[in-house]
Design a protein around this ligand. Structure first.
Ligand code: GL4
Length: 843
């Protein structure tokens, strides 16, 4: 490409090579230029929104230059790329992250101050990019940060939802959903109106036979919707590498509207086509760990997967390589089963459009894909009805049937004696109606399947995917324990602690790239000056949160109290109900005490946050109870500072960045065997808080790393859950713990408002089998909370536990996690830029 440009023109281009700002003066000049020319404003009407816009554009200019270079470097090097397909990327804010990853936040800070602004206020102007529900979407965002920081040639592919996860308001104690229109002004995306793909739906399949007898399928007719690419640059930390996240937006393929209809006077329906097409990428489905099987969701999945594969294949074809080399150039990771259709689509491209034989094509497909499972909850495992498939994607259904036929033939040869095996593992479930089991399709079409924490990977091997381990052997099923990016979750969220750690762990550019260097701070655990600073940072973070609580809820809380935090999606398996029952127990205990006794109690602030899926009735009831308990407890003069109960509205990534560093204790208390990993548990410990938790997900590995003396574990083990559940249903009377019965009695007597409002939560435990084992774990939960109070009373011991834990958290960096994927699943190598470190500093 380079050689094809004539020398004089090349020289002209090179003479005018642009660079981003390098110093404060340069930065201010760029900000002023963007205020005046891009935004058409001036110093007289530059408010914080405009200052945010101009600052972002100044950083974007820098980013884009490196982004172009990175893409060129990857193309010229012709290296293998990984494509991360995810329906969710929960990115949060971009400006602060760009400043820190580029390494010029200090420059921006003093530049903005010269111009009359505070960088903290400017950062707050940005709307979160909330294109995800919870852990699964945030994991994808952490992975993008690590992929860029480690210089891997990688692209993310997702959907550009016009509406991200809804905004949560709490009105009269109830959750109310408000649309999240976040695209008003988004300087971080580049529309690529020239990068489009037309995507087909519906229609029918015709088969033709050529002279040689070869049969080819043709998918014809139906609707067409156009995918338009929007690119988001992803900056690496302390490296010029800047990767791409490509998000697809849908619009009508026929242009603005149907002129024929318009001319016939049918204006409404001509615009209707446009609107129908745009509906596909309009809104993120707001469910976490739940599959609802809606047609529009399947349309989203195919739209996104087909556009992404077209793009990937187009890029591969430019290299003029033979098809069998495809898996040497391309690795595709399926983030859960949502993109499983990519397997079918690639097979379709290869056999129907490129003319490969089935077997050759299938071997390419299997070598290309890897599948990550994120949950064992049956209600979250995707299934689509055969009828819906037939209607929407008739050719894909045929291919799925063929994939299944060859697979079952293979199984039958290996297990001729086990007739039931075929029924159990079939991709098609022979139910009424018949269903396509997406997880099984993902397994059959991938070369590696991974779980996201050790316990979870063991569980999928021994329970939901047991038969597939027998069929393929154990090597296909691996574990890659999740991780988090320390750039956002320490350096950005908790600059005070990050700097203190950096002073002992070789500077931030080093320990944030090699998190195992955290272990250096263990040498300072007894250093009084270090401990004092440590405690002061935590107190400052708690004070900031206390101010925020006062400003948003009106409730005054003492930063000296123990801050006990549970922030995550509201779900029965995560057991916020057990937490609030525990809070009620504490309240009843305090009420029964004399004022003198109450004075001795450990003051606590119990902080909750999280969204309920709009259709999840029980989760909404839990939110209502938490708020109702807060209304009573926070206004009870007997109680005062001894107990406060706070529900923080609209929990999201940017709020997490403020809440997590302010926590003393966080709750990760899912029923054993239900939380695949959890990643906020890692964030809380990394920020110097301790955990109260069950033996579930990554809690187990956190315990192994930090030592069991540094975590408050309680409750039944995963291996006992089945028996306990069985006993609840068939073992005669299911005994509810006495203290829990008192809690129920208080609720039922109307202490927290109409008892009726909360009856579902009580009967689920008392009368309907207590599926999540709240009553089984309640007693040990309370005992363990009492132990927490005792340990917290001895602040010296507490701080030692916190420092020691942070020192031992190096394993949980998403860099470690991404390196494992790269080596064990993707087989890709980093592509280092000439100078990998400190572009910003001009080193
Ligand atoms: C989840 C799991 O529930 C969560 O434990 C895990 O940390 C996360 C990322 O692997 O994936 N699965 C689904 S579904 N939503 C999640 O957040």
């Amino acid at each position: 490409v380079e050689a094809s440009i004539p020398e004089p023109q090349r020289q002209a281009w090179l003479k005018h090579q642009i660079t981003g700002f390098e110093d404060k003066d340069d930065f201010e000049k760029q900000v002023v230029r963007h205020v005046e020319t891009t935004l058409a404003r001036s110093m007289f009407n530059c408010d914080e929104t405009a200052a945010y816009a101009a600052t972002s554009l100044a950083f974007r200019d820098r980013l884009v230059i490196e982004w172009n270079r990175t893409q060129q470097r990857q193309t010229f090097a012709d290296s293998k790329r990984v494509y991360y397909l995810s329906l969710e990327f929960l990115m949060g804010r971009a400006l602060d992250n760009a400043m820190l990853n580029i390494g010029l936040k200090d420059v921006a800070q003093s530049g903005l101050s010269d111009l009359g602004f505070r960088v903290e206020d400017i950062i707050q102007q940005e709307h979160d990019a909330a294109l995800g529900n919870g852990g699964l979407g945030r994991l994808a965002a952490c992975f993008l940060d690590s992929l860029a920081s480690l210089n891997y040639p990688a692209w993310g592919y997702g959907l550009r939802y016009r509406y991200g996860i809804f905004k949560q308001e709490i009105i009269d104690g109830y959750q109310v959903e408000v649309p999240d229109y976040w695209l008003d002004f988004n300087p971080w995306e580049f529309p690529r109106h020239d990068v489009t793909v037309d995507i087909q739906f519906y229609g029918s399949v015709n088969k033709t036979t050529d002279d040689t007898g070869k049969i080819t399928a043709h998918w014809e007719g139906g609707d067409t919707v156009r995918a338009v690419a929007y690119d988001v640059p992803i900056p690496g930390f302390a490296t010029p590498s800047t990767n791409n996240l490509r998000l697809w937006s849908s619009k009508a393929a026929s242009g603005e509207f149907d002129f024929q209809k318009f001319n016939n006077g049918d204006y409404e329906s001509s615009v209707g086509d446009q609107q129908r097409a745009e509906t596909i990428s309009a809104v993120l489905y707001p469910n976490d760990n739940l599959d609802r099987g809606k047609e529009l969701r399947l349309k989203q999945q195919y739209f996104w997967v087909a556009a992404s594969l077209y793009d990937i294949v187009r890029r591969f074809k430019k290299t003029k390589r033979a098809w069998r080399e495809f898996p040497d150039q391309v690795a595709i990771q399926l983030n859960d089963t949502h993109p499983t259709l990519a397997i079918v689509e690639l097979q379709r491209i290869l056999i129907d459009l490129e003319g490969l034989d089935w077997d050759d094509a299938w071997s390419i497909v299997q070598k290309t894909f890897g599948y990550t499972n994120h949950t064992v909850l049956p209600e979250a495992l995707e299934k689509w009805s055969v009828g819906l498939f037939q209607h929407l994607l008739p050719r894909h259904l045929q291919i799925i049937y063929d994939i299944n036929m060859y697979f079952l033939q293979f199984v039958e040869r290996s297990f001729p004696q086990d007739r039931d095996m075929l029924r159990r593992v079939s991709i098609i479930e022979e139910s009424q109606p018949k269903m396509v089991r997406m997880a099984y399709l993902a397994i059959v079409g991938s070369h590696k399947v991974n779980g996201v924490a050790e316990l979870h990977s063991d569980l999928i091997r021994t329970t939901i995917f047991k038969d597939f381990v027998a069929i393929y052997g154990p090597d296909k099923f691996v574990n890659v324990t999740n991780g988090i990016t320390p750039r956002r979750w320490l350096h950005q969220a908790n600059p005070g602690l990050s700097d203190l750690i950096a002073s002992k762990a070789g500077g931030s550019e080093h320990f944030l790239k090699d998190l195992t260097l955290l272990n250096k701070i263990e040498l300072s655990v007894d250093d009084p000056a270090f401990r004092k600073e440590w405690a002061a940072i935590k107190l400052a973070n708690k004070t900031r949160l206390a101010d925020y609580i006062k400003a948003t809820t009106g409730v005054e809380v003492s930063p000296k109290a123990l801050f006990d935090v549970q922030v995550k999606r509201i779900h029965e398996y995560k057991r916020q109900q057990m937490n609030i029952f525990g809070v009620i127990h504490r309240y009843l205990t305090l009420k029964a005490q004399t004022p003198a006794e109450r004075k001795k109690a450990q003051p606590r602030v119990n902080i909750f946050g999280g969204k309920a899926a709009p259709g999840y009735w029980m989760a909404k009831q839990i939110i209502h109870l938490i708020n109702s308990v807060g209304a009573v407890v926070n206004n009870d003069p007997d109680i005062g500072d001894a107990l406060k109960v706070i529900f923080l509205e609209d929990y999201n990534v940017s709020k997490a960045e403020m809440i997590i560093p302010a926590s003393d204790l966080s709750e990760h208390i899912s029923t054993a065997g239900t939380e695949a990993s959890g990643t906020s548990n890692m964030k809380f410990v990394l920020n110097g808080g301790l955990i109260i938790g069950t033996c579930d997900g990554a809690n187990i590995e956190i315990t192994r790393e930090i030592g069991e003396e540094n975590i408050f574990l309680f409750g039944n083990l995963a291996e006992d859950v089945d028996d306990l559940r069985h006993n609840h249903t068939y073992g005669g009377d299911h005994k509810v713990d006495a203290s829990l019965q008192k809690v129920f009695a208080a609720i039922e007597s109307g202490t927290f408002g109409s008892a009726q409002d909360f009856s579902g939560m009580i009967t689920a435990v008392r009368d309907h089998g207590d599926f999540y084992l709240v009553s089984d774990d309640f007693h040990s939960y309370l005992e363990t909370q009492d132990l927490v109070d005792k340990v917290y009373a001895d602040q010296e011991t507490w701080v030692t536990k916190c420092i020691t834990s942070v020192a031992r958290m190096g394993f949980f960096s998403s860099d470690r996690c991404i390196n494992e994927y790269a080596e064990e699943i993707w087989n890709i190598e980093p592509l280092k830029p000439e100078s990998a470190a400190g572009i910003s500093k001009g080193e």
